[in-house]
Write a protein that binds this ligand. Structure first.
Ligand code: NAD
Length: 975
């Protein structure tokens, strides 16, 4: 199939963030009168009893969960080890990781009274031994201890490999097919769906590797022949994010140009072999896109392989839109005259979906918050799939005995063909019982066909999968978990799930910060009705130049603000706080308008703009709360007869000077903090971004701030800024910008006669990230690309220096290089743009000169292509330099420096400290004690562990540095 043009984006599905109960109504209503639940219980009770009488073997997933529940310290430690240990190449680090994780759990205790002696022995003996041999901390142990430690680590590695082996059918497709043949020997009706393990591709090379492995698997499975039917033969599951680095809604054009033809190639092979090929489901933000891709492929199948009935899609019942997805897939089948296979699952990304919605301030969740709602939804989707039996062949993936019995009942009533699916290494007990079904029993047609979803791959790739499955099934509410818990009776286990719960299980994202402070409203740019108003605002916004104030006008403004001070300071605190809250609400409601301004004036990408407006809203609400909490009169203890009260009040006129890189959020944060404390404010934005600042000051006036309490003063820093600072009425300065300007301001203030004027300064940084060999390379590269290149590196928190352990450096650098090459560097007004231009010609010249110098003195590692000739674009680059000390000054652009490190981590932290800045630091390690120690040693304001290091959230990650990076107080924090 040749590369195709993306069809226009359209919303096929309902809004993804509906009120939960309301959205559930459709699912409930569709089940009305459909299910005889007592009959379900009757069918499933013997299965449950039989499974309990004959517990799963020690190596089954349910045994592991029972032995070491993930909610326990032991479970967590085991999961962490399983996830990380096998990829650590150097022995020293492996010892440190094992000591760290095993040291924080009590495995002796956990294995006490265990029914699974072998597992207990396997894990616990190595683990208990480790207590004797592993160093308690990372201090260098003696030789004997080191030898002992290595033995323990080797034993632990072996234990984890053995454990992992139970969950892959084979390391290669050939091995897996052999294993499948063995199982088929026991039960000829078993089918398999092979899943080639792997995470999403970060580089084009990864994607090509996955593509080749899928191709090879299909060919190996069929040996060039043709199966009788996709239902009766083994199939394959593919993950689209493995086949293309940018399988994202914002990259639609590229998805259709590159990914769709790739998948079409695989589809063609599967069709020729007449086997089932299922596209696995991924995150909610890809759901609409996945249907567009599915339909494009369906059109191709209709043209080339109209007889093939093996094309399939997985549908996740935990999505609030799942029922609509089922209908849409059926509609696609009808439109193209095809029949599809649909795998119904519960869904594996629940935690991630919840977190994303909270962080993004969305109106609700895209998934059900109650487990029982997912159960209801699952049954409703099952019934709907069966109702579409003419065009869909349902494949029900579940380990829940009640759900299985319900499906069997529904299917018999509908007279529809279907199959059941389970994961390899899981649910064997329940399925053993289901498959025992007597053909002579009521209904009489014997057990339904069963397919095993079978991961294939190396251990390294297995573990991320395993962790996901453990998370999915390890929750206390999961059926698998409860089945293993004898305190839960069969009756409770099989109770009808059809009773919805009125309130969501979690506060909705707007209520994340409790009742007093509403989370700022965000927008999901993958949802058309949410992004259209933003794109329209961008298209309609024009930024006209505005006149600058003269130093004389600045003086007059200072006079006005000085006169206004007394009246403003006398306003009750509650009134001042109310004005901030009103301003926050007004701004919250004008997200689109301000995004338009920020894209056009600040040259920021839309995603950055949404985050910035939200930060400004948060500042207004947070400082209102903090003021009421901290500035109220505080009675103090004292001797009898005395009344001591601490009273705080404003100082006078505060001069607030801000940079262009957060022209709304930093500007607003400084101004409202000073204002609510009872100061009047002279607010000077950066020369490059006066318009958005003016609009915000107007909004403050609209919210009730008097015009003689806050004034906008646009002008050059050297004249207007300097005049404001030097003005005798200036009672305090709040500054964010470069270290050099902060020094100039400090000198001016120090040279003034009269009262000593305080300066709060937030300045630049030379921010590093330390990566050791336990870190997950994919996670590292995601964090590095975002931290170093997002916002074109024009964030004070941006990553400038990546310090990667020598034992993993080559791999990480290769992945970083590939990921950088996939960035889209273009006009910020385009949705697809990842990296926009730098702020102006002067910035461009400075950054370009630095890059030129590096080209002569350092090794170029990575460089992104420019997508267009849009002005002032700088291609993100990474250079390897020889030492930390080579880094001298902050380069405010998308330029990353990389060094390799080895040995102990302390000297590295000391070198970073010696740079003199202290803003942000990233740490990527699975050794918790190491992360803690680095954080304790580093002289920086904010340390981020195993995540990116930008985007501090107000009231959640108070932000501010030390040393050359600032005077200490934190924005968005109580100090
Ligand atoms: P800048 O220092 O050039 O300008 C900042 C502000 O200071 C502008 O409003 C400017 O007009 C004003 N100014 C310049 N000279 C002045 C003078 N002599 N007297 C008074 N005011 C004067 O910084 P920038 O280029 O706008 O911003 C980028 C810098 O800001 C980077 O160094 C970045 O790290 C830093 N920054 C720090 C933080 C933080 O929180 N630590 C946040 C954002 C940006």
């Amino acid at each position: 199939m040749p590369s195709i043009t993306a069809p226009p984006a359209r919303a096929r599905l309902p809004h993804p963030y509906p009120p939960e109960l309301q959205a559930l109504q459709a699912a409930r209503a569709s089940l009305e009168g459909q299910l005889d639940w007592p009959a379900v219980q009757q069918a499933a009770t013997p299965w449950v009893n039989a499974v309990r009488a004959q517990p799963a073997p020690f190596w089954a997933m349910e045994s592991l969960l029972r032995e070491y529940p993930i909610s326990s310290a032991e479970g967590l430690a085991l999961m962490r080890l399983a996830e990380a240990l096998l990829r650590v190449p150097d022995a020293e680090t492996a010892v440190a990781l094992t000591a760290d994780q095993l040291g924080r759990a009590d495995f002796d205790e956990a294995s006490e009274g265990s029914q699974h002696k072998l597992l207990a022995q396997l894990s616990a003996s190595a683990i208990a031994m480790s207590k004797k041999f592993l160093p308690g901390s990372e201090h260098p142990p003696g030789l004997l201890q080191r030898l002992g430690a290595r033995t323990v680590v080797a034993a632990t590695v072996r234990a984890i490999q053995l454990l992992g082996r139970q969950f892959v059918l084979g390391r290669s497709i050939e091995e897996a097919m052999d294993a499948a043949a063995g199982q088929n020997g026991a039960l000829a009706s078993l089918r398999f769906s092979y899943d080639m393990l792997g995470e999403g591709a970060r580089t084009e090379r990864d994607a090509e590797r996955y593509l080749a492995s899928y191709r090879h698997a299909i060919t190996a499975m069929t040996g060039g022949g043709r199966a009788a039917s996709p239902m009766a033969s083994d199939g394959i599951s593919i993950k689209l994010s493995a086949l293309f680095t940018r399988y994202e809604d914002a990259q639609r054009e590229r998805v259709f140009a590159t990914l769709v033809p790739r998948v079409a190639g695989l589809v063609g092979l599967a069709a020729a072999a007449n086997i089932n090929l299922t596209i696995d489901a991924e995150e909610a933000e890809r759901l609409e896109l996945s249907l567009d891709v599915f339909e494009a492929l369906a059109a191709d199948i209709a043209a080339r392989h109209p007889q093939w009935q093996g094309f399939g899609l997985a549908v996740q019942a935990y999505q609030t839109r799942s029922l609509a997805v089922v209908d849409e897939v059926a509609a696609i089948a009808q439109r193209h005259g095809l029949k599809f296979m649909v795998r119904l699952v519960k869904g594996a990304y629940w935690d991630g979906e919840i977190k994303r919605a909270q962080e993004a301030g969305l109106p609700g969740y895209p998934v059900w918050t109650h487990k029982t709602h997912t159960d209801i939804s699952y049954l409703a989707c099952a019934a709907r799939l069966l109702a579409h039996a003419g065009v869909l062949y349902p494949q029900f993936a579940t380990h829940n005995a009640g759900t299985i019995a319900a499906i069997v009942q529904l299917a018999r009533k509908a007279g529809a063909a279907f199959e059941l699916q389970r994961l390899h290494g899981m649910g064997e007990g329940v399925y053993r019982e289901v498959l025992r079904q007597d053909p002579a029993a009521p209904g009489g047609e014997g057990p339904p066909p069963v397919r095993i979803y079978a991961p294939v791959g190396e251990h390294r790739d297995l573990l991320a999968y395993l962790v996901r499955r453990l998370l999915e099934n390890g929750a206390n509410s999961s059926f698998v978990h409860q089945l293993a818990d004898e305190h839960v009776s069969a009756g409770q286990l099989l109770a009808s799930p059809l009773q919805p719960v009125a309130e969501p299980a979690l506060p909705l994202p707007p209520a994340l910060y409790g009742a007093s402070r509403r989370n700022a409203t965000g927008a999901d740019l993958t949802v058309l009705p949410m992004r259209e108003p933003l794109l329209q605002a961008v298209a309609q916004t024009q930024v006209e130049p505005v006149a600058m104030a003269t130093p004389a006008e600045a003086g007059a403004a200072m006079q006005r603000l000085a006169s206004g001070f007394e009246a403003w300071a006398a306003r009750p605190l509650a009134e001042r706080a109310a004005i901030l809250r009103r301003a926050g609400d007004l701004l919250d409601a004008r997200l689109a308008e301000y995004c338009g301004l920020l894209v056009k004036e600040g040259r920021k990408t839309l995603g950055d703009c949404v985050a910035e407006v939200r930060e400004a809203v948060d500042f207004c609400r947070y400082y209102a709360d903090q003021a009421e909490l901290r500035l109220a009169d505080q009675p103090l203890p004292g001797p009898t007869g005395e009344s001591n009260v601490l009273r705080l009040h404003g100082r006078g006129v505060f001069v607030c000077i801000s940079p262009w890189n957060f022209p709304l959020a930093i500007f607003a944060g400084q101004v409202v903090a000073a204002l609510v404390a009872g100061n009047t404010v002279a607010a000077k934005p950066a020369e490059q971004t006066p318009v958005v600042a003016r609009r915000f000051v107007a909004l403050l006036h609209e919210a009730g701030a008097p015009t003689d309490a806050v004034a906008w003063l646009h002008g050059p820093g050297e004249t207007v800024g300097a005049a404001l600072v030097a003005d005798p009425r200036c009672a305090g300065v709040c500054f964010t910008g470069s270290t050099a300007v902060a020094r100039a301001i400090h000198r001016t203030l120090a040279g003034k006669d009269g009262p000593i004027v305080p300066l709060i300064a937030e300045t630049g940084g030379l921010n590093a990230m330390i990566v050791d060999s336990t870190a997950l390379p994919e996670q590292v590269v995601d964090a590095v690309v975002q931290s170093a290149f997002r916002s074109a590196g024009q964030r004070c928190s941006a990553l400038r220096l990546l310090c990667v352990h020598e034992s993993v450096a080559d791999g990480v650098i290769e992945m970083l290089c590939g990921a950088t090459a996939e960035l889209r560097v273009d006009d910020p007004a385009l949705l697809a743009t990842d990296v926009g231009p730098v702020i102006d010609e002067q910035a461009l010249a400075g950054i370009t000169a630095h890059i030129q110098r590096l080209r002569g003195s350092a090794r170029l590692l990575a460089e992104a292509p420019l997508a267009s000739a849009h002005p002032q674009l700088v291609a993100p680059v990474a250079f390897e330099i020889a030492s930390v000390a080579e880094l001298k000054e902050e380069i405010f652009g998308p330029v990353l420096h990389v060094v390799r490190w080895g040995g102990s981590v302390e000297p590295l932290v000391a070198q970073i400290n010696a740079l003199g800045y202290g803003l942000t630091l990233g740490v990527q390690t699975r050794i918790d004690s190491r992360a803690q120690r680095i954080a304790a040693l580093a002289r920086v304001g904010n340390v981020y562990v195993n995540r990116n290091m930008i985007g501090a959230v107000v009231g959640v990650q108070p932000f501010g540095g030390e040393g050359l990076s600032g005077t200490g107080p934190k924005a968005g924090g109580p100090h």
